[in-house]
Design a protein around this ligand. Sequence first.
Ligand code: ADP
Ligand code: ZN
Length: 635
Amino acid sequence: MRLVVALNRYHCGLMPSTSSEPDPAALSILQQVFGYGAFRGEQAAVVEHVLRGGDALVLMPTGGGKSLCYQIPAIARHRAGRGVTLVVSPLIALMHDQVGALEETGVHAAFLNSTLEGDEARHIERELLAGRLVLLYAAPERILTPRFLAMLESLHERGLLSLVAIDEAHCVSQWGHDFREEYLGLSVLHERFPDVPRLALTATADHHTRRDILERLRLQDARQFVASFDRPNIRYTIVEKDNPRAQLLRFVLDEHDGDAGIVYCQSRKRVEETAEFLREQGVAALAYHAGLDAAVRKDHQDRFLRDDGVVMVATIAFGMGIDKPDVRFVAHLDLPKNIEGYYQETGRAGRDGLPADAWMTYGLADVVNQRRMIDDSPAAEEFKRVQRGKLDALLALAEGLDCRRVRLLGYFGQASEPCGNCDNCLTPPTAWDATEAARKALSCIYRFRQHSGLSFGTGHLIDVLRGKLTDKTRQHGHEQLSTFGVGADLSEAQWRGVLRQLIALGHLASIGEYNTLELTESARAVLRGEGSLLLRVPAEPTRRPRAARGSGRAKVPPLPLDDLAAQRFLALKTWRAEVAREHNLPAYVVFHDATLAEMARGQPDSLDALAGISGVGVKKLQAYGSEILRVLQAA
Ligand code: ADP
Ligand code: ZN
């Protein structure tokens, strides 16, 4: 019997379930089929609840382990003669690999979507109707067709419709950017098959989305499982934007040379430019956004999933459902819209539990742009109010002097202690009292108005504060203002920092076509001298973030192996690449890096010893065991 090994290395921060012992049948499937020693966090409780026939809503962070929550009940119920589990997923392009991963572990699964030839589809339908399939993946638009519903009816009549799992359930909510109209039709599954348990899963935890899922999918009576949202292996870093492309390049080359990663940008144009820039600098970068041809998108996605060390530069159109476990970093060149988006995107790093980075550059223009996008949108005032609140929370995270993780988790309603694995914990920033500087800036804007009734942008304001004579200052007679030159003691970059933080805090608004600065209601309090303003010491423009961090942060190798073990690891990777090519699957579907690393480190010399390694289930042991032992011996 396999030993239950301690899985600390693999944890994603989900505390071991505190409930009683997990269901023995479920545990045996986890160990025999998937080769994992223990359930993570809420997994055991979810599985048990669903095995008893209950409905559930599962909220877990990206990379938290949602798939097993429905895959294990699916297998157990199929073994008990209850037939197939229907998995609803919007991600047609990923179904092939998801199903391939299950087949690798010996679980009979299939998908039905438009990419299949007629013959293949008919074959799968026969397998389905005969009750042989354990899991069937399909997109909602397919499921809602009369033909598909008729097949489900037929299965249901014979007691062979076991369970419905609705993945990416937040797609039913109009609040997020992933809204899919067809998800609204899924309540039909409940109306037609009220006795079939349903399980909705998502990584979006906010309260609007949760309410929408429960209402629209008719899951009001479902039990809710909320996992810990912590992903302790991810290191959060937010740097001040200076020269973002150069900063990104340095980050990638210094800390993630040769690693797979994702770089998020806001616009398609920036995606294209950044990908090209990285390629010119020798980084294997590809672009992905909704404006690219479907064939190009598919090709780039396949290369990201199948090749080693590809950096995908993308808009948020990329990433949902991407379960590549060895993405070592997620970088943001632009500020996302809110913390939900940021957390979902950064969560795509380090699913394998090994160290990973979430890195973002952030500057004045980001604050201005995000505020503007909300102001200019045609949405209702109520909607804008919610969006502003969400943006404020994200800005507070970016400007904050305290632990990033404490803030992130706090946003999801979870209390925690400073983490020791974010930039603010590792290199505590110094604060300076910017009350005086803020007052100077605000009163200078006030004087502009008084003087000529006009408002100006940040560039001119900084010139006036620093006492710089330009054509514009002369033209407007601003060298005569009492605030001219009162801020010569701060550098231009420092002033930009002050203004950014004043906008982030809502004391200043940047308005109109020319981004002119206006005082807000709350600016008055600052001008009156109420309260003080403690700001992060602005980074010197010449001081690169890398240098700022000092030598305190050596590159943490994701896989700490000695030379000989590293050699074995490489041999295993070469072998794995061949298998993956033969099976037309991404390499990680065969084995994760973490599993290969454990083999390389532990050097198992028998099938029994190999079976003890996390990620090696019965089927993979049979299929690959002797090959692996041979590779290990030869290396
Ligand atoms: P999610 O869908 O929640 O983003 P996944 O289901 O893709 O996350 O799981 C993330 C990773 O964690 C996967 O690589 C999966 O194999 C692994 N995993 C999930 N549960 C366990 C477990 N109990 N023990 C070890 N690894 C696990
Ligand atoms: Zn921290």
